[in-house]
Design a protein around this ligand. Structure first.
Ligand code: BTN
Length: 240
């Protein structure tokens, strides 16, 4: 897959969008940058990362045989692919729903997937991945960060990590029947009673039991035993 290597860019996802618009550009491709001046996170969050220390990339694909209504599958594939790579480095990672990657209760990676939908289909998909690799000091503004180096004490080659991620993403796109199970099995705090806050900031205790086919998080309320369904941004974990 062609990789566009940049020293500095506003956001690899935004740059990828511009490349997609160029008529002769062939998909798939990857944009990777040493540094982002305006890295985007989920919602209105920003993604901060020190220059040259981490993986900042956008993988652009035309998903084959995935309908718009099945788009959560892409999140599952990418999250599980990241877990596979971290386990190759002996790290036991979990997916904090919907697609943050946690090691030892700290966030090492975030994923920002931006799909362009055409009718019932996904025209193309930008998979933005920010994986903290060799950075060991973080701004106090960032809640709960960590990196591969902080967790293992080892230095990693960013290109090699990217290569492994792409390989595992391809693998899981080709073995889709297993992906929901793998995703659910590795959900952070699954089956562990925890404190959550609903959209009105009301606290409640519950256990994550899994996700449904559209990617909503299922939490069994400890008081009522009711299974509650949450879409993205509708529930907060007491740990950030
Ligand atoms: C999140 O956890 O909020 C998602 C973070 C996604 C960050 C990556 S870094 C590469 C790509 N380009 C961006 O601007 N954002 C994503």
């Amino acid at each position: 897959m062609r990789i566009y290597e940049l020293d500095s860019v506003d956001s690899t996802n935004e740059y990828a969008k511009k490349l997609i618009k160029e008529v002769s550009r062939s998909i798939p491709f990857i944009v990777r940058a040493n540094q982002q001046t305006s890295g985007k996170g989920q919602g209105s969050n920003r993604w901060e990362s020190r220059a040259k220390e981490n993986l900042l990339c956008s993988i652009v694909i035309k998903p084959q045989h995935i309908l718009a209504e099945e788009q959560f599958l892409i999140s599952q594939v990418v999250s599980v692919a990241l877990l596979d790579v971290l386990s190759e480095f002996n790290l036991n990672a979990f997916i904090k729903w919907p697609n943050d990657i946690y090691v030892n209760h700290k966030k090492v990676a975030g994923i920002l997937i931006e799909n362009t939908i055409l009718g019932a289909n996904i025209e193309h998909c930008i998979i933005g991945i920010g994986l903290n690799i060799n950075q060991t000091e973080f701004s106090e503004k960032i809640p709960n960060p960590s990196s591969l180096k902080k967790e293992t004490g080892k230095h990693f080659e960013i290109h090699q990590v990217l290569e492994r991620i792409v390989s595992r993403i391809n693998f899981h796109f080709n073995h889709r029947n297993e992906i929901s199970k793998k995703y659910e099995e590795n959900l952070y705090l699954r089956n562990i009673e925890s404190l959550f806050y609903d959209a009105c900031k009301n606290p409640f205790k519950g256990c994550i039991t899994g996700v449904n086919e559209i990617g909503q998080l299922l939490i069994e309320n400890s008081n009522t035993q009711e299974i509650l369904k949450f879409s993205n941004q509708e529930v907060q974990f007491s740990i950030t």
